[in-house]
Design a protein around this ligand. Sequence first.
Ligand SMILES: Nc1nc2c(c(=O)[nH]1)N[C@H]1C(S)=C(S)[C@@H](COP(=O)(O)OP(=O)(O)OC[C@H]3O[C@@H](n4cnc5c(N)ncnc54)[C@H](O)[C@@H]3O)O[C@H]1N2
Ligand code: MOO
Length: 472
Amino acid sequence: MSDEPAPPQRNEAAPRQSDKAAPPLRGEAVPPVRDEAVPPLHDEAVPQQRDEAAPPPPPLRDDCFALPPGVDWTPVDTALAHLEASLHPVTAGQDLPLAEAAGRILAADARAHLSNPPAANAAVDGYGFAHAALTGAGPHRLPLAPGRAAAGVPYPGAVPEGTGLRILTGAVIPPGVDTIVLQEDCLRSAEDIRFAKGLRPGANIRRAGEDFAAGDLLLPAGARVSPRDLALLAAGGLGRLRVRAPLRVGVLSTGDELVDPGAPAARGQIPDANRPMLLAMLRAWGMEPVDLGRAGDSAQAVEAALGRGAAQASAILTTGGASAGDEDHVSAALRRAGRLQLWRIAVKPGRPLALGLWDGVPVFGLPGNPVAALVTAAVFARPALLALAGAPFATPRGMLLPAAFSKRKKPGRREYLRARLRDGAVEVFASEGSGRISGLSWAEGLCELPDAAADIAPGDPVRYIPWAEFGL
Ligand SMILES: Nc1nc2c(c(=O)[nH]1)N[C@H]1C(S)=C(S)[C@@H](COP(=O)(O)OP(=O)(O)OC[C@H]3O[C@@H](n4cnc5c(N)ncnc54)[C@H](O)[C@@H]3O)O[C@H]1N2
Ligand code: MOO
């Protein structure tokens, strides 16, 4: 039996805050989440413990992920559904030359101006002829017409029936040709070619529009243009694209303990590992990161930084201070502003994720531990930011593969383990500690364990999601 109760079941008759129709993240004011999730502060219990008549303290669980009885936790899928329903594109459209559009999100459907290929052409170097003119049981002999057809240099006339024409790969097929014999299959003299029987009509010809036709949809609005897509769009005759301006996203680290990477760190100080990681993740997602620097552990510093962020960016990622401790100023600021919308999501790592609005700008208050910051950014912030940027809400696809590990998982929250694939099986990092930053570079993806309890043995199927599925 688990010592950790699951979050209460959804109750349709009496929905809790997070189960109600999701309030919009932008627009109308929404009531803040009631702070019902916070258990009584341990500090308050201390004096009572000296009183003989006071109740005993709770039994030790020593599990910061244990769900206190009666506390509401938002399941991952509920939080994602809330984000998907609440967020809409906020970026402006602009026209860009094709070559500058890689990484951008299309603001309009891209339709082909040209077919591919625009005209029937040769798939090989060889000799073209009309198949109907082949007679006898073969081998065949065809006299050669003078001249040739090459890519970019079409044959000026029609090829007389019963003759062959020298034709090179990519050449437009001239009238009188419907089949090409590969040059390697021919014996050629000055006047003719000879080749064995058996060639089917239409062999080695690429038909006009066999790949796509003018007017076909090449890429839908919302697609992010990849280098591969540039080839498609160029072939379709598009020289400029209607794309969206990149989403500007502020990144703020909070904590008195932080120093910039490489700066001398006094006792008690640590390098700010989250900010360079998150700024680079945003770049990888095609967004424009705005470095909001660091804010110390004070309400004023955090609120001022959120204000600066909201003035410059369309969304803000913060790390640290998302929990309920004395120095957890991000969740406190969002709560004070009445705009904390989701808090405490049933996920490990990342439980204290805080989602809210500051001056109307969505704020993702990610946990401070770098592993939790990465997981919550990849699982929650990325799809939400993509939706703001004009792309569809992205659901990473995983693959079911055999586990190379054993694990008993408690019910009640989804878990993401740092993982990689070796010999067809999913290995997980030796530690689940979310301060163990080395596991981020060790891993090549995440292993997602379901919300329910699980007892995993080697060989059991588990869901592996490579970093590429998170755009990383
Ligand atoms: N009594 C409890 N304590 C904690 C709980 C809990 O449930 N009960 N949850 C733990 C978990 S899980 C996490 S995650 C953290 C979340 O706390 P915060 O989001 O408020 O983050 P901080 O307390 O500010 O920082 C946590 C940890 O991460 C380090 N950190 C913060 N920012 C950075 C950065 N930019 N680069 C590198 N490291 C960073 C910070 O120094 C802390 O060590 O709370 C747990 N505690
Ligand atoms: O999940 Mo905390 O969110 O482990 O580091």
